[in-house]
Design a protein around this ligand. Structure first.
Ligand code: ADP
Ligand code: MG
Length: 479
Protein backbone atom coordinates (compact mmCIF):
# COMPACT_ATOMS: atom_id res chain seq x y z
CA UNK A 1 0.00 0.00 0.00
CA UNK A 2 1.20 3.50 -0.70
CA UNK A 3 0.44 5.97 1.99
CA UNK A 4 0.31 9.70 1.54
CA UNK A 5 1.08 12.05 4.40
CA UNK A 6 -1.10 15.12 5.01
CA UNK A 7 0.13 17.92 7.26
CA UNK A 8 -1.27 21.24 8.44
CA UNK A 9 0.64 23.52 10.80
CA UNK A 10 -0.48 25.95 13.47
CA UNK A 11 2.41 28.29 14.20
CA UNK A 12 2.44 30.61 17.21
CA UNK A 13 4.64 33.64 16.76
CA UNK A 14 5.46 35.98 19.60
CA UNK A 15 5.20 39.53 18.28
CA UNK A 16 8.01 41.88 19.13
CA UNK A 17 6.08 44.76 20.55
CA UNK A 18 7.80 45.89 23.73
CA UNK A 19 4.61 45.64 25.72
CA UNK A 20 1.90 43.07 26.40
CA UNK A 21 -1.18 42.94 24.23
CA UNK A 22 -3.86 44.06 26.69
CA UNK A 23 -1.95 45.56 29.62
CA UNK A 24 0.83 47.58 28.01
CA UNK A 25 3.07 46.14 30.69
CA UNK A 26 6.66 45.58 29.57
CA UNK A 27 8.23 42.21 28.85
CA UNK A 28 11.79 40.89 28.49
CA UNK A 29 12.78 37.27 27.95
CA UNK A 30 14.64 35.68 30.85
CA UNK A 31 13.52 38.03 33.66
CA UNK A 32 13.18 36.59 37.18
CA UNK A 33 9.93 34.58 37.42
CA UNK A 34 6.81 36.64 38.09
CA UNK A 35 8.61 40.00 38.21
CA UNK A 36 6.84 41.01 34.99
CA UNK A 37 3.41 39.59 35.67
CA UNK A 38 0.69 42.19 35.19
CA UNK A 39 -2.50 42.51 37.24
CA UNK A 40 -4.53 43.05 34.08
CA UNK A 41 -3.25 39.87 32.43
CA UNK A 42 -3.95 37.94 35.62
CA UNK A 43 -7.52 39.18 35.42
CA UNK A 44 -7.56 40.83 38.82
CA UNK A 45 -11.00 42.16 39.74
CA UNK A 46 -11.60 45.69 38.53
CA UNK A 47 -9.00 45.63 35.75
CA UNK A 48 -9.82 46.14 32.07
CA UNK A 49 -7.84 45.15 28.96
CA UNK A 50 -6.86 47.78 26.39
CA UNK A 51 -5.64 46.63 22.97
CA UNK A 52 -2.04 47.37 22.05
CA UNK A 53 -1.94 49.02 18.61
CA UNK A 54 1.57 47.70 17.90
CA UNK A 55 0.25 44.13 17.87
CA UNK A 56 -2.47 45.12 15.40
CA UNK A 57 0.10 46.77 13.12
CA UNK A 58 2.24 43.62 13.20
CA UNK A 59 -0.71 41.41 12.34
CA UNK A 60 -1.63 43.69 9.41
CA UNK A 61 1.97 43.50 8.18
CA UNK A 62 1.79 39.73 8.24
CA UNK A 63 -1.56 39.73 6.44
CA UNK A 64 -0.14 41.90 3.66
CA UNK A 65 2.97 39.68 3.54
CA UNK A 66 0.86 36.60 2.71
CA UNK A 67 -1.49 38.45 0.33
CA UNK A 68 -4.39 37.84 2.67
CA UNK A 69 -7.84 39.30 2.98
CA UNK A 70 -7.66 41.37 6.16
CA UNK A 71 -10.46 41.13 8.70
CA UNK A 72 -11.68 44.71 8.30
CA UNK A 73 -13.76 44.12 11.42
CA UNK A 74 -12.25 41.56 13.75
CA UNK A 75 -13.33 40.49 17.20
CA UNK A 76 -11.63 39.25 20.35
CA UNK A 77 -13.22 36.28 22.07
CA UNK A 78 -12.71 34.46 25.34
CA UNK A 79 -11.42 30.92 25.09
CA UNK A 80 -12.37 29.42 28.43
CA UNK A 81 -10.33 26.71 30.11
CA UNK A 82 -8.61 26.03 33.38
CA UNK A 83 -4.87 25.65 33.66
CA UNK A 84 -2.52 26.83 36.42
CA UNK A 85 -0.61 29.07 34.00
CA UNK A 86 -3.86 30.87 33.11
CA UNK A 87 -5.23 32.27 36.37
CA UNK A 88 -7.92 34.31 34.58
CA UNK A 89 -9.65 31.10 33.52
CA UNK A 90 -9.81 32.25 29.89
CA UNK A 91 -7.43 33.31 27.16
CA UNK A 92 -8.31 36.32 25.03
CA UNK A 93 -8.07 35.14 21.42
CA UNK A 94 -9.97 35.50 18.16
CA UNK A 95 -12.36 32.90 16.83
CA UNK A 96 -15.01 33.68 14.22
CA UNK A 97 -13.59 36.97 12.99
CA UNK A 98 -9.79 36.89 12.92
CA UNK A 99 -7.64 39.85 11.88
CA UNK A 100 -6.04 37.94 8.98
CA UNK A 101 -8.12 35.79 6.62
CA UNK A 102 -7.13 33.52 3.72
CA UNK A 103 -3.69 34.03 2.22
CA UNK A 104 -0.76 31.97 0.95
CA UNK A 105 2.98 31.54 1.02
CA UNK A 106 5.15 29.97 -1.70
CA UNK A 107 7.81 27.57 -0.53
CA UNK A 108 10.92 26.36 -2.37
CA UNK A 109 11.45 22.60 -2.36
CA UNK A 110 14.76 20.73 -2.57
CA UNK A 111 14.53 20.39 -6.35
CA UNK A 112 14.17 24.18 -6.72
CA UNK A 113 10.45 23.96 -7.58
CA UNK A 114 7.99 26.14 -5.69
CA UNK A 115 4.76 25.05 -4.07
CA UNK A 116 1.92 27.21 -2.77
CA UNK A 117 0.78 26.58 0.80
CA UNK A 118 -2.56 28.16 1.63
CA UNK A 119 -3.04 29.88 4.95
CA UNK A 120 -6.50 29.62 6.44
CA UNK A 121 -6.23 32.47 8.92
CA UNK A 122 -4.03 34.22 11.44
CA UNK A 123 -5.38 35.64 14.66
CA UNK A 124 -4.13 37.68 17.58
CA UNK A 125 -4.18 36.33 21.11
CA UNK A 126 -2.44 36.62 24.44
CA UNK A 127 0.13 34.06 25.55
CA UNK A 128 -0.30 32.14 28.81
CA UNK A 129 2.28 31.78 31.59
CA UNK A 130 4.80 28.97 31.80
CA UNK A 131 4.87 25.90 34.04
CA UNK A 132 8.34 25.15 35.40
CA UNK A 133 8.84 21.46 36.10
CA UNK A 134 12.58 21.28 36.53
CA UNK A 135 13.48 23.32 39.58
CA UNK A 136 10.93 21.93 41.99
CA UNK A 137 10.88 18.27 42.89
CA UNK A 138 7.35 16.94 43.17
CA UNK A 139 5.93 20.38 42.50
CA UNK A 140 5.36 22.66 39.53
CA UNK A 141 6.39 26.30 39.49
CA UNK A 142 4.33 28.88 37.63
CA UNK A 143 5.98 31.86 35.95
CA UNK A 144 3.42 34.43 34.78
CA UNK A 145 5.87 36.79 33.08
CA UNK A 146 4.84 35.54 29.66
CA UNK A 147 1.11 35.84 30.37
CA UNK A 148 -0.31 38.52 28.11
CA UNK A 149 2.53 38.76 25.61
CA UNK A 150 1.12 39.16 22.08
CA UNK A 151 0.92 36.11 19.84
CA UNK A 152 -0.08 35.69 16.23
CA UNK A 153 -1.36 32.18 15.53
CA UNK A 154 -0.94 31.25 11.87
CA UNK A 155 -3.09 28.31 10.71
CA UNK A 156 -2.28 26.60 7.43
CA UNK A 157 -4.49 24.46 5.24
CA UNK A 158 -3.57 20.75 5.25
CA UNK A 159 -1.46 21.33 2.12
CA UNK A 160 1.88 19.76 3.05
CA UNK A 161 2.62 16.23 1.89
CA UNK A 162 5.88 15.39 3.69
CA UNK A 163 7.88 16.35 6.76
CA UNK A 164 10.33 18.12 4.44
CA UNK A 165 7.54 20.27 2.99
CA UNK A 166 6.34 21.09 6.49
CA UNK A 167 9.85 22.23 7.43
CA UNK A 168 10.12 24.28 4.21
CA UNK A 169 6.82 25.96 5.09
CA UNK A 170 7.86 26.63 8.70
CA UNK A 171 11.14 28.08 7.42
CA UNK A 172 9.27 30.29 4.96
CA UNK A 173 7.03 31.62 7.75
CA UNK A 174 10.13 32.16 9.89
CA UNK A 175 11.88 34.06 7.10
CA UNK A 176 8.78 36.16 6.44
CA UNK A 177 8.28 37.27 10.06
CA UNK A 178 11.96 38.21 10.21
CA UNK A 179 11.83 40.14 6.91
CA UNK A 180 8.72 41.93 8.21
CA UNK A 181 10.46 42.49 11.53
CA UNK A 182 7.38 41.51 13.51
CA UNK A 183 9.09 38.82 15.61
CA UNK A 184 12.62 37.62 16.30
CA UNK A 185 11.36 34.09 15.55
CA UNK A 186 13.75 32.72 18.18
CA UNK A 187 12.58 29.13 18.49
CA UNK A 188 14.90 28.28 21.38
CA UNK A 189 13.26 31.04 23.43
CA UNK A 190 9.76 30.02 22.38
CA UNK A 191 9.14 33.03 20.13
CA UNK A 192 8.01 30.62 17.41
CA UNK A 193 6.27 27.36 18.35
CA UNK A 194 4.74 24.88 16.01
CA UNK A 195 1.79 22.47 16.33
CA UNK A 196 1.95 19.82 13.62
CA UNK A 197 -1.32 18.17 12.55
CA UNK A 198 -0.57 14.87 10.84
CA UNK A 199 -2.70 12.26 9.11
CA UNK A 200 -2.18 9.65 6.42
CA UNK A 201 -4.38 8.29 3.64
CA UNK A 202 -4.12 5.96 0.70
CA UNK A 203 -2.57 7.66 -2.31
CA UNK A 204 -5.40 8.71 -4.60
CA UNK A 205 -8.03 8.94 -1.81
CA UNK A 206 -10.07 12.15 -1.67
CA UNK A 207 -10.93 12.06 2.04
CA UNK A 208 -8.39 12.89 4.71
CA UNK A 209 -7.48 10.42 7.42
CA UNK A 210 -7.93 11.15 11.11
CA UNK A 211 -5.28 13.56 12.37
CA UNK A 212 -3.22 13.70 15.49
CA UNK A 213 -1.73 17.00 16.59
CA UNK A 214 1.88 17.18 17.83
CA UNK A 215 2.00 20.12 20.25
CA UNK A 216 4.67 22.78 20.67
CA UNK A 217 7.55 21.61 18.54
CA UNK A 218 10.38 24.10 18.93
CA UNK A 219 12.98 23.54 16.21
CA UNK A 220 13.01 22.82 12.48
CA UNK A 221 14.94 19.62 13.09
CA UNK A 222 12.34 18.38 15.55
CA UNK A 223 9.44 19.30 13.22
CA UNK A 224 10.94 16.92 10.67
CA UNK A 225 11.76 14.16 13.16
CA UNK A 226 8.46 14.40 15.06
CA UNK A 227 6.37 14.21 11.88
CA UNK A 228 8.37 11.30 10.47
CA UNK A 229 8.09 9.34 13.68
CA UNK A 230 4.34 10.08 13.93
CA UNK A 231 3.80 8.98 10.30
CA UNK A 232 5.66 5.74 10.90
CA UNK A 233 3.51 5.09 13.94
CA UNK A 234 0.26 5.80 12.05
CA UNK A 235 1.24 3.54 9.14
CA UNK A 236 2.06 0.80 11.59
CA UNK A 237 -1.29 1.20 13.36
CA UNK A 238 -3.34 1.12 10.16
CA UNK A 239 -1.39 -1.76 8.64
CA UNK A 240 -1.90 -3.72 11.85
CA UNK A 241 -5.66 -3.26 11.41
CA UNK A 242 -6.11 -0.68 14.15
CA UNK A 243 -7.74 2.73 13.78
CA UNK A 244 -6.27 6.16 14.45
CA UNK A 245 -8.13 8.12 17.11
CA UNK A 246 -7.96 11.91 17.05
CA UNK A 247 -5.56 13.00 19.76
CA UNK A 248 -3.10 15.59 20.96
CA UNK A 249 0.41 14.20 21.34
CA UNK A 250 3.82 15.30 22.53
CA UNK A 251 7.10 14.55 20.81
CA UNK A 252 9.73 13.08 23.08
CA UNK A 253 13.16 13.99 21.80
CA UNK A 254 15.05 11.32 23.75
CA UNK A 255 13.05 8.36 22.42
CA UNK A 256 12.19 10.05 19.07
CA UNK A 257 8.54 9.04 19.61
CA UNK A 258 5.21 10.78 19.94
CA UNK A 259 3.02 9.99 22.93
CA UNK A 260 -0.63 10.82 23.56
CA UNK A 261 -1.47 13.71 25.91
CA UNK A 262 -5.23 13.68 25.57
CA UNK A 263 -7.81 12.16 23.27
CA UNK A 264 -10.73 13.87 21.54
CA UNK A 265 -13.11 12.80 24.33
CA UNK A 266 -10.96 14.63 26.82
CA UNK A 267 -10.62 17.67 24.57
CA UNK A 268 -11.62 21.01 26.00
CA UNK A 269 -14.89 22.69 25.20
CA UNK A 270 -13.72 26.26 25.13
CA UNK A 271 -17.13 27.97 25.05
CA UNK A 272 -15.85 30.87 23.01
CA UNK A 273 -17.81 34.10 23.27
CA UNK A 274 -16.96 37.70 22.32
CA UNK A 275 -15.00 39.40 25.08
CA UNK A 276 -17.39 41.99 26.57
CA UNK A 277 -14.45 44.12 27.73
CA UNK A 278 -13.06 44.69 24.23
CA UNK A 279 -14.72 46.47 21.29
CA UNK A 280 -14.56 44.96 17.79
CA UNK A 281 -11.44 46.18 15.98
CA UNK A 282 -12.21 48.14 12.82
CA UNK A 283 -9.17 48.50 10.58
CA UNK A 284 -8.59 51.91 9.11
CA UNK A 285 -7.88 51.89 5.34
CA UNK A 286 -5.35 54.69 5.74
CA UNK A 287 -3.44 52.64 8.30
CA UNK A 288 -3.41 49.61 5.97
CA UNK A 289 -2.15 51.79 3.09
CA UNK A 290 0.53 53.31 5.27
CA UNK A 291 1.74 49.85 6.37
CA UNK A 292 1.62 48.52 2.80
CA UNK A 293 3.80 51.39 1.61
CA UNK A 294 6.36 50.70 4.33
CA UNK A 295 6.81 46.96 3.63
CA UNK A 296 10.36 45.87 2.78
CA UNK A 297 11.16 43.65 -0.19
CA UNK A 298 9.84 40.21 0.83
CA UNK A 299 11.41 36.78 0.16
CA UNK A 300 9.27 35.87 -2.87
CA UNK A 301 9.99 39.16 -4.66
CA UNK A 302 13.64 39.00 -3.70
CA UNK A 303 13.94 35.46 -5.05
CA UNK A 304 12.54 36.59 -8.39
CA UNK A 305 14.89 39.55 -8.46
CA UNK A 306 17.92 37.34 -7.70
CA UNK A 307 17.00 35.14 -10.65
CA UNK A 308 16.50 38.02 -13.07
CA UNK A 309 19.15 40.47 -11.86
CA UNK A 310 21.95 37.97 -11.13
CA UNK A 311 20.93 35.12 -13.49
CA UNK A 312 20.97 32.70 -10.55
CA UNK A 313 19.28 29.30 -10.75
CA UNK A 314 15.93 29.16 -8.89
CA UNK A 315 17.47 26.84 -6.34
CA UNK A 316 20.31 29.23 -5.44
CA UNK A 317 17.90 32.15 -5.20
CA UNK A 318 15.59 30.15 -2.93
CA UNK A 319 18.41 29.28 -0.53
CA UNK A 320 19.88 32.78 -0.51
CA UNK A 321 16.63 34.58 0.32
CA UNK A 322 15.80 32.11 3.10
CA UNK A 323 16.91 34.72 5.59
CA UNK A 324 17.21 38.45 5.30
CA UNK A 325 20.76 38.36 6.70
CA UNK A 326 21.88 35.71 4.19
CA UNK A 327 20.37 37.64 1.27
CA UNK A 328 22.16 40.78 2.41
CA UNK A 329 25.42 38.87 2.85
CA UNK A 330 25.09 37.60 -0.73
CA UNK A 331 24.43 41.00 -2.24
CA UNK A 332 27.33 42.58 -0.36
CA UNK A 333 29.60 39.78 -1.60
CA UNK A 334 28.52 40.29 -5.22
CA UNK A 335 29.34 43.99 -4.93
CA UNK A 336 32.76 43.23 -3.45
CA UNK A 337 33.37 40.57 -6.15
CA UNK A 338 32.68 43.03 -8.99
CA UNK A 339 29.41 41.36 -9.93
CA UNK A 340 30.54 37.71 -9.93
CA UNK A 341 27.14 36.54 -8.68
CA UNK A 342 27.18 32.82 -9.45
CA UNK A 343 30.63 32.47 -7.90
CA UNK A 344 29.48 34.38 -4.83
CA UNK A 345 26.45 32.10 -4.59
CA UNK A 346 28.60 28.95 -4.89
CA UNK A 347 31.01 30.09 -2.20
CA UNK A 348 28.22 31.11 0.15
CA UNK A 349 26.03 28.03 -0.34
CA UNK A 350 28.98 25.63 -0.24
CA UNK A 351 31.87 26.98 1.80
CA UNK A 352 30.29 29.60 4.05
CA UNK A 353 27.10 27.71 4.94
CA UNK A 354 29.05 24.46 5.30
CA UNK A 355 31.56 26.00 7.69
CA UNK A 356 28.84 27.83 9.64
CA UNK A 357 26.94 24.60 9.99
CA UNK A 358 29.99 22.74 11.28
CA UNK A 359 30.72 25.42 13.85
CA UNK A 360 27.01 25.94 14.69
CA UNK A 361 27.16 29.63 13.86
CA UNK A 362 24.64 31.98 12.27
CA UNK A 363 25.44 33.98 9.14
CA UNK A 364 25.69 37.13 11.29
CA UNK A 365 28.60 35.45 13.11
CA UNK A 366 30.52 34.44 9.99
CA UNK A 367 34.26 35.00 10.57
CA UNK A 368 34.61 35.69 6.82
CA UNK A 369 32.89 38.93 5.79
CA UNK A 370 31.33 39.68 2.39
CA UNK A 371 34.20 42.06 1.61
CA UNK A 372 36.78 39.36 2.40
CA UNK A 373 34.92 36.75 0.35
CA UNK A 374 34.50 39.16 -2.56
CA UNK A 375 38.23 39.93 -2.42
CA UNK A 376 39.02 36.23 -2.58
CA UNK A 377 36.80 35.74 -5.63
CA UNK A 378 38.54 38.65 -7.34
CA UNK A 379 41.92 36.96 -6.91
CA UNK A 380 40.63 33.82 -8.59
CA UNK A 381 39.23 35.85 -11.46
CA UNK A 382 42.39 37.84 -12.09
CA UNK A 383 44.42 34.59 -12.03
CA UNK A 384 46.40 35.49 -8.92
CA UNK A 385 45.41 32.14 -7.42
CA UNK A 386 43.82 28.93 -8.68
CA UNK A 387 40.46 27.65 -7.46
CA UNK A 388 42.27 25.03 -5.42
CA UNK A 389 44.56 27.49 -3.63
CA UNK A 390 41.48 29.67 -3.05
CA UNK A 391 40.08 26.95 -0.76
CA UNK A 392 43.26 27.17 1.27
CA UNK A 393 43.00 30.98 1.45
CA UNK A 394 39.35 30.69 2.50
CA UNK A 395 40.28 28.31 5.31
CA UNK A 396 42.96 30.73 6.51
CA UNK A 397 40.50 33.65 6.40
CA UNK A 398 38.02 31.56 8.38
CA UNK A 399 40.69 30.83 10.99
CA UNK A 400 41.49 34.55 11.22
CA UNK A 401 45.04 34.14 9.91
CA UNK A 402 44.89 37.33 7.91
CA UNK A 403 42.80 40.42 7.27
CA UNK A 404 42.12 39.81 3.58
CA UNK A 405 42.73 37.33 0.77
CA UNK A 406 45.62 39.51 -0.45
CA UNK A 407 47.14 39.54 3.01
CA UNK A 408 47.05 35.74 3.23
CA UNK A 409 48.29 35.18 -0.33
CA UNK A 410 51.21 37.49 0.45
CA UNK A 411 52.04 36.02 3.87
CA UNK A 412 51.85 32.41 2.71
CA UNK A 413 53.43 32.95 -0.69
CA UNK A 414 50.43 31.48 -2.52
CA UNK A 415 50.58 33.66 -5.60
CA UNK A 416 49.97 31.67 -8.77
CA UNK A 417 52.98 31.09 -11.04
CA UNK A 418 52.06 32.56 -14.42
CA UNK A 419 55.59 33.10 -15.68
CA UNK A 420 55.67 30.76 -18.69
CA UNK A 421 59.46 30.43 -18.48
CA UNK A 422 59.24 29.07 -14.91
CA UNK A 423 56.38 26.73 -15.84
CA UNK A 424 58.33 25.47 -18.86
CA UNK A 425 61.29 24.67 -16.62
CA UNK A 426 59.05 22.59 -14.33
CA UNK A 427 57.58 20.74 -17.30
CA UNK A 428 61.03 19.97 -18.63
CA UNK A 429 61.94 18.49 -15.25
CA UNK A 430 58.86 16.28 -15.23
CA UNK A 431 59.46 15.09 -18.80
CA UNK A 432 63.09 14.28 -18.02
CA UNK A 433 62.15 12.35 -14.87
CA UNK A 434 59.50 10.15 -16.58
CA UNK A 435 60.89 8.88 -19.89
CA UNK A 436 58.75 5.70 -19.85
CA UNK A 437 55.49 7.57 -19.41
CA UNK A 438 56.49 10.06 -22.08
CA UNK A 439 57.10 7.22 -24.51
CA UNK A 440 53.79 5.58 -23.58
CA UNK A 441 51.90 8.85 -24.01
CA UNK A 442 53.45 9.46 -27.38
CA UNK A 443 52.59 5.89 -28.29
CA UNK A 444 48.88 6.72 -27.83
CA UNK A 445 48.16 6.43 -24.09
CA UNK A 446 46.35 9.78 -23.91
CA UNK A 447 45.12 9.15 -20.42
CA UNK A 448 48.60 9.82 -19.06
CA UNK A 449 48.12 13.54 -19.71
CA UNK A 450 46.51 13.94 -16.29
CA UNK A 451 49.52 12.32 -14.68
CA UNK A 452 51.86 14.94 -16.18
CA UNK A 453 49.60 17.81 -15.11
CA UNK A 454 49.55 16.37 -11.60
CA UNK A 455 53.34 16.09 -11.45
CA UNK A 456 53.84 19.67 -12.62
CA UNK A 457 51.28 21.01 -10.14
CA UNK A 458 52.94 19.03 -7.36
CA UNK A 459 56.35 20.50 -8.17
CA UNK A 460 54.82 24.00 -8.21
CA UNK A 461 53.11 23.31 -4.85
CA UNK A 462 49.79 23.92 -6.55
CA UNK A 463 50.75 27.41 -7.64
CA UNK A 464 51.26 26.96 -11.38
CA UNK A 465 48.50 28.47 -13.52
CA UNK A 466 46.59 25.32 -14.62
CA UNK A 467 45.59 26.77 -18.00
CA UNK A 468 49.19 27.53 -18.88
CA UNK A 469 50.39 24.14 -17.61
CA UNK A 470 47.90 22.40 -19.91
CA UNK A 471 48.84 24.43 -22.91
CA UNK A 472 52.62 24.19 -22.57
CA UNK A 473 52.49 20.49 -21.62
CA UNK A 474 50.50 19.68 -24.74
CA UNK A 475 53.06 21.39 -26.95
CA UNK A 476 56.06 19.77 -25.23
CA UNK A 477 54.60 16.26 -25.14
CA UNK A 478 53.66 16.52 -28.80
CA UNK A 479 57.40 16.85 -29.26
P1 ADP B 1 -8.56 22.74 15.68
O1 ADP B 1 -9.46 23.90 15.91
O2 ADP B 1 -8.97 21.50 16.39
O3 ADP B 1 -7.12 23.04 15.88
P2 ADP B 1 -8.66 23.10 12.78
O4 ADP B 1 -9.75 22.64 11.88
O5 ADP B 1 -8.53 24.55 13.03
O6 ADP B 1 -8.78 22.30 14.15
O7 ADP B 1 -7.34 22.55 12.16
C1 ADP B 1 -6.14 22.74 12.75
C2 ADP B 1 -5.02 22.36 11.79
O8 ADP B 1 -5.11 21.01 11.40
C3 ADP B 1 -5.00 23.15 10.51
O9 ADP B 1 -3.67 23.56 10.26
C4 ADP B 1 -5.47 22.17 9.46
O10 ADP B 1 -4.87 22.41 8.21
C5 ADP B 1 -4.96 20.88 10.01
N1 ADP B 1 -5.75 19.70 9.60
C6 ADP B 1 -7.09 19.57 9.56
N2 ADP B 1 -7.44 18.34 9.17
C7 ADP B 1 -6.29 17.65 8.94
C8 ADP B 1 -5.98 16.31 8.53
N3 ADP B 1 -6.93 15.42 8.29
N4 ADP B 1 -4.69 15.97 8.42
C9 ADP B 1 -3.71 16.85 8.69
N5 ADP B 1 -3.94 18.11 9.09
C10 ADP B 1 -5.21 18.51 9.22
MG1 MG C 1 -5.35 23.06 16.89
Amino acid sequence: MTWETVIGLEIHVQLNTKSKIFSGSSTTFGAEPNTQASLIDLGMPGTLPVLNKGAVRNAIKFGLGINAELGRTNVFARKNYFYPDLPKGYQISQMELPIVGKGFIDITLDDGKTKRVNITRAHLEEDAGKSLHEDFSGQTGIDLNRAGTPLLEIVSEPDMRSAKEAVAYARAVHALIRYLDISDGNMAEGSMRCDCNVSIRQKGDEAFGTRREIKNVNSFKFIEKAINSEVEWQIDELESGRKIAQATVLYDVASNRTRAMRSKEEANDYRYFPDPDLLPVVLDEALIDEIRASLPELPAARRERFVSQYSLPEYDAGVLVSSRELAEFFEATVTAANGAAKQASNWIMGDILGALNRSEKEISESPVSPVQLGGLINRINDNTISGKIAKQVFQALWEGEGTSADDIIEKKGLKQESDSGAIEALIDEVIAANPDNVAAYRGGKDKLFGFFVGEVMKRSKGKANPGQVNEILKQKLAG
